[in-house]
Design a protein around this ligand. Structure first.
Ligand SMILES: NC(=O)C1=CN([C@@H]2O[C@H](COP(=O)(O)OP(=O)(O)OC[C@H]3O[C@@H](n4cnc5c(N)ncnc54)[C@H](OP(=O)(O)O)[C@@H]3O)[C@@H](O)[C@H]2O)C=CC1
Ligand SMILES: O=C1CO[C@H](CO)[C@@H](O)[C@@H]1O
Length: 301
């Protein structure tokens, strides 16, 4: 990996180091995602973002194992994340859900296990069962995803909280820059991970009227100035403000391109241009749970 003396990891509240760029795997289809993971690891990626609900953890696990067996990487150099799906928010199911993910990924432990969505009943009790996974050594840390401020606050105020969530993984890009959430999380020692940094162009519910980040004139203009691609500018926007970024690709040239972020820096003026594009637009409004009492996106942040 081409790193020119710039940050490539961030430190979690547990003291563990999390690589700032991760490979996304949602919709990394069968027969493709394994090759993508192998190529990513060979090209310096050390952080892979997975989830039970993506239905591809077995193929990813085989690819990780092959890279370890071939001596390309050691387990302890990797940072593997997975997520507990909402149907398992019952204490008795948390352990078995994590075991299934570990077995599919062929791992003894996860570096981070996230509660994928807050939209299930009894989040507090479920969290207790996730804390136990840390005590049992099945996962090194726990975190949340798609949580709003109030929901994070509720967890932090939980009496007897033993393992604080180390991250909130949320949709984040110039149309939804999440400045307030990032600042709030920072004040609590929680890191933000950005998903859909390229606007998730292949999300199945995209409408032709939706704005397309990769085609934005401002992004293209900044990309030309730095002789980088639009995708690299969109990802650099995060790493430069200590936000971890995940981009998914199964295309070899893009996998290589998306980690070439450490040989340039955006000026404060260009960062400001990117920030000024905010319009609180969500590509992932999660409408299927809009009526759920824990739906996270009805608040300011
Ligand atoms: N916690 C949560 O609720 C969520 C988590 N996530 C996580 O975040 C990851 C990233 O988000 P995702 O929704 O996949 O969206 P992204 O913003 O990463 O966009 C991925 C799409 O962009 C294309 N692409 C990748 N690199 C480039 C490039 N350099 N130039 C042009 N196009 C490119 C990919 O195509 P191709 O593969 O064909 O190259 C793919 O179609 C997910 O894969 C998942 O791991 C995502 C959504 C929700
Ligand atoms: O990670 C995710 C990818 O998209 C899914 C929708 O099918 C979401 O539910 C989820 O948050």
């Amino acid at each position: 990996m081409n790193i020119v003396g710039m940050m490539t990891t961030v430190t979690l509240s547990t003291g563990a180091k999390m690589p700032v760029v991760g490979l996304g795997t949602w919709r990394g289809g069968q027969g493709k995602v394994g090759e993508a993971v192998k190529l990513a690891i060979s090209n310096g990626y050390r952080h892979i973002d997975c989830a039970y609900v993506y239905e591809n953890e077995e193929e990813i696990g085989a690819a990780i194992q092959a890279m370890i067996d071939q001596g390309v990487v050691k387990r302890e150099e990797l940072f593997i994340v997975s997520k507990l799906w909402s149907t398992f928010h019952v204490p008795s199911l948390v352990k078995s859900a994590c075991e299934k993910t570990l077995s599919d990924l062929k791992l003894d432990y996860l570096d981070l296990y996230l509660m994928h969505f807050p939209t299930a009943m009894r989040c507090g009790i479920c969290l207790k069962a996730m804390e136990k996974l840390v005590d049992d050594g099945a996962v090194k840390a726990i975190g949340v995803s798609n949580f709003n401020k109030e929901q994070i606050e509720a967890i932090l105020n939980k009496p007897g909280l033993k393992h604080k969530p180390v991250t909130n993984q949320i949709e984040c890009h110039p149309y939804l820059n999440q400045e307030k959430m990032i600042n709030y999380c920072k004040s609590k020692g929680i890191l933000v991970t950005a998903f859909a940094p390229l606007g998730s162009p292949e999300r199945p519910w995209a409408s032709p009227d939706d704005p397309t980040l990769l085609e934005e004139p401002i992004i293209k203009e900044i990309a030309a100035k730095y002789k980088k691609s639009s995708a690299q500018i969109l990802m650099k926007f995060h790493t430069q403000r200590s936000v971890v970024v995940l981009a998914k690709s199964v295309t070899p040239s893009r996998i290589k391109e998306n980690i070439q972020l450490f040989d340039f820096e955006l000026s404060e003026e260009d960062m400001e241009k990117l920030r000024s594009m905010n319009k609180n637009w969500r590509g992932f409004p999660a409408e299927w749970v809009a009526k759920h009492k824990h739906y996270p996106f009805n608040t300011e942040y």
